[in-house]
Design a protein around this ligand. Structure first.
Ligand code: F6P
Length: 355
């Protein structure tokens, strides 16, 4: 029996998405099945914007960043804004899934996409999920594709900041992605030889950060590199009025961290935000392989009728886990993780303690 499997990518783009799509198409073709691409996440099912993923359509996509399907983090069919109203259009999506003659749906996405996919599974759509995020913070899987590429980009950027830091005896403050989890900052910070790493899981005191920076100059290493995850939390509202949390966000906040260090230590500081550079570029070998493994495994789960499952990485194997277990949960940096301990052993400050 020829089967038609829909595939979509939701949330932020991520290097390796095309590897997943390509592997799913090739694996499905091996069973004599068709894969139907759905444009822009669930929005493509809501609007009925689909196309057959032929051999031609997947040619040459393995090394390409982004997603040939398009993506959005703005479409939740359960709450669609129509003028001033919010409508639940999930029934329309279920109807369109049937009208398109689809037998199963592969959803490639982060926590938001998987939470929506789980709701559609409960409404009767046979779903298999593939975890995706550069942040590496999806629950129940040890690693996500895209993370390796993002860390590589961030590490290369830190490497390129070193010469200026050293030549001008400056402090370079670099913001990397990671709203809820500090995996990118932690890994790129260690790989790039940072002196301070600030992550959401460990709230920091700017005065401890300044101390760590000053120690570098005291020992004659007249420069410092500070890596800040975008979601890093400052203790005691040092950059804003008391009781308001972290009122300053984004590049302004990273600039203010730099200003604070400059005013307190007297050293010249430059701050920068890497932003979406970390989501771009060709996926690393690791991400191409992981993406391919996940795409093929997702189709095998469809073959086996294992719906409502996400393909997770456990150690070096792939296992199906219940989507219910994953929906709405994130995997933050475990403070007992040896990578955190390693950073401390290397003399890297998290800004949480006086040195
Ligand atoms: O979740 C991936 C991520 O890149 C986060 O690290 C970042 O906070 C967010 O997406 C940015 O999203 P957007 O592309 O909507 O600005």
């Amino acid at each position: 029996m020829t089967r038609r499997i829909g595939i979509l990518t939701g949330g932020g783009d991520c290097p390796g998405l095309n590897a997943v799509i390509r592997a799913a198409v090739k694996t499905a073709r091996g069973y004599g099945w068709e894969i139907i691409g759905i444009r822009d996440g669930f929005d493509g099912l809501r609007r009925v914007d689909t196309f057959r993923l032929s051999r031609e359509r997947i040619k040459g996509i393995l090394p390409q960043g982004g997603t040939i399907l398009g993506s959005t983090n703005k479409c939740d069919p359960f709450c669609v804004r129509v003028g001033d109203q919010v409508e639940d259009q999930s029934d329309q999506v279920v109807e369109n899934f049937k009208l398109e003659g689809l037998d199963a749906l592969i959803t490639i996405g982060g926590d938001g996409t998987q939470a929506i996919a789980w709701k559609f599974f409960q409404l009767g759509i046979p779903v298999v999920a593939v975890p995706k995020t550069i942040d590496n913070d999806l629950y129940a899987t040890d690693i996500t594709f895209g993370f390796d590429t993002a860390v590589e980009t961030a590490t290369l950027a830190i490497d390129k900041l070193h010469p200026t830091a050293e030549s001008h005896e400056r402090v370079m403050v670099v913001e990397v992605m990671g709203r809820g989890a500090g995996w990118i900052a932690l890994h790129a910070g260690i790989a790039g030889g940072a002196d301070v790493i600030l992550i959401p899981e460990i709230s920091f005191d700017l005065d401890h950060v300044c101390q760590a920076v000053q120690r570098r100059y005291d020992i004659g290493r007249d420069f410092a590199i500070v890596v800040v995850a975008e979601g890093a939390r400052i203790r005691d509202d040092q950059l804003g009025p008391p009781g308001t949390g972290n009122p300053i966000t984004g590049s302004r906040r990273t600039d203010r961290i730099g200003q604070y260090i400059q005013e307190k230590t007297g050293h010249d500081v430059r701050a920068m935000v890497l932003g979406h550079l970390q989501r771009g570029g060709s996926p690393t070998t690791f991400d191409r392989v992981l993406g391919s493994r996940l795409g093929a495994a997702a189709v095998r789960l469809v073959r086996d009728g294992q719906y409502g499952k996400m393909v997770a990485v456990r150690g070096n194997t792939l296992v199906p886990v219940d989507m219910a277990e994953v929906a709405g949960k994130v995997r933050t940096v475990d403070l007992d993780h040896d990578v955190v301990q390693t950073a401390r052993d290397l003399g890297i400050s998290f800004g949480d303690r006086p040195i």
